[in-house]
Design a protein around this ligand. Structure first.
Ligand SMILES: [Zn+2]
Length: 282
């Protein structure tokens, strides 16, 4: 439990974009009847902020309009510009955790010139290695982000982690391979207990709760074992924050005066079946 040994933090999600008109079938590796045939199940895009009066930690950087247009995604607003809602600019951010190097999580990496970039070693190895010769594997990656990471390595901006590591007091990253070899999740002490930003270790609540993985993955068995790991790190099912679930924006209260930002450190709102996502059959 989060307790007096740790400071506690606010955890915010920014919903900055969406991919609607998306068949539910595209969100599960195996069709086990977990969605209504022919139904849609959109995916939203998020980044996250962990903050208190002493620290400000950004988790992932979203992606810019150019990538959104090229990939057929809808951007509600520029996610980096949205940091000004919280009184921050990209120049002022000192630390960024990149959960993995896919375009929708590391897409604005070059816009944080003064930040330490926290990445798992296995992720850098993967996205700079021979796996990228496979078109399907490299499709969610963008060379500009990988180049920025490598440039950061040469300029002491990139901080490589090999396993669990504390980024700011009480806030730790944990490797959960499967989606990519170097995917990491973030465990945060909050007033309501341990919250885990699971990013794409589980895209949707349905993926982890039904043990039904998302189809973009590098390695199936570690992904399934990662679900157990995430549950062990969190203080309950509602403390696990999936990477792309539209319900996140429905289940948590909005940050007053800041549309698009949601308070994950506060209890979930009632009235929504946790195991469902839009269009889910059960
Ligand atoms: Zn993603």
């Amino acid at each position: 439990m989060a307790n007096d040994a740790h400071p506690v933090y606010e955890v915010l999600a920014l919903r900055f974009g969406t991919h609607d008109d998306r068949p539910a079938r595209d969100n599960f590796l195996v069709d086990e009847g977990q969605f209504t045939p022919g139904s849609d199940m959109p995916m939203d895009f998020y980044l996250w902020v962990i903050r208190n009066d002493r620290h400000f930690l950004l988790v992932d950087t979203g992606f810019p309009e150019e990538m959104a247009e090229r990939r057929g995604r809808t951007l509600f607003r520029d996610p980096v510009d949205a940091l000004t809602d919280l009184g921050m600019t990209a120049d002022e951010v000192s630390d960024v955790v990149i959960t993995h190097m896919h375009y929708d999580h590391a897409g604005n990496l070059d816009r944080f010139p003064h930040a330490r970039i926290h990445l798992q070693e296995d992720e850098l190895r993967f996205c700079t290695g021979p796996a990228m010769r496979h078109r399907v594997v490299r499709k969610p990656f963008e060379p500009i982000n990988i180049n920025t990471a490598v440039q950061g390595l040469f300029e002491d901006q990139l901080v490589l982690h090999s396993g669990q590591s504390e980024i700011i007091p009480g806030v730790t990253v944990h490797p959960v391979p499967g989606h990519t070899p170097g995917t990491q999740v973030v465990q945060v002490p909050t007033a309501r207990g341990w919250v885990v930003l699971a990013s794409d270790a589980t895209h949707l609540w349905a993926n982890i709760r039904l043990r039904s993985p998302f189809p973009i993955l590098d390695h199936l068995t570690p992904m399934l074992e990662g679900y157990d790991r995430i549950e062990a790190l969190a203080d309950g099912d509602d403390h696990i924050i999936p990477g792309h679930d539209p319900q996140v924006a429905l289940r948590f209260p909005q940050l007053p005066g800041s549309p698009g930002w949601f308070c994950l450190h506060e209890p979930v709102l009632d009235g929504i079946d946790a195991a469902r996502t839009a269009g889910a059959a059960r």
